[in-house]
Design a protein around this ligand. Sequence first.
Ligand code: PEP
Length: 248
Amino acid sequence: MSRRRIIAGNWKMNKTPSEAVALCAELKDLVKNDAVDVVYCVPAIDIVPVVDAVKGTNVLVGAENFYIEDKGAFTGEISAPMLKDAGVTYIIIGHSERRDIFGENDILINAKVKKAFAAGLKPILCCGESLALRKAGTYADWIKRQITWDLDGVTADQVKDLVIAYEPIWAIGTGETATADQAQEVCKMIRDLIAELYDAPTAEAVRIQYGGSMNAGNAAELLSKPDIDGGLIGGASLKADFGKIVNA
Ligand code: PEP
């Protein structure tokens, strides 16, 4: 089975609404590629103008966060149905910045994955190890535990629609990229885990991205690996380089 490549930008807390619209215009012709799913995951306040700005193009819009309740007294939060109604397709869940800075644990992340599916959003579920775990050689167990927890109660059909992003924390925003072989090793291990937790067709279908200082220079090699189906891109998604990654 051939899996469709997915290149997603994670804009993080960057771009005001007017800057976001300007970036969409700058990237419009550069990200054209009908063979690839191209996604901009943008700050909540940019969602409505970005959905409007990419109308009629090949770009899909993603969100970076939401809360697990549908509505009610949760000051400051937005819900999955609100995102869906605004035109969002993908939602990043379990990013290391949300785990580390905002204290999100695997119980909450699991609830978010289930809620996202229930609302008709496709999760991009992030996992990955710290530098200490990489050096200790225990990263595989750590990642397996994260994914096993995060997918508890999630069905095989849902997992076929899921994107998993392997993002070693030591490579995020540091300029230090995992080698293509290091990234492939973990992405294959994740696929094997999905086969164990579910079955072979589900493992064949799930798309696995690499994320961590992916850029125009290293994307082609990373994306040439058999178990790397795309990228989740932070810094390089905010500039013209993103077009080169989409077309790598
Ligand atoms: C990310 O935050 O998901 C990421 C991969 O960032 P960067 O590309 O900047 O390392």
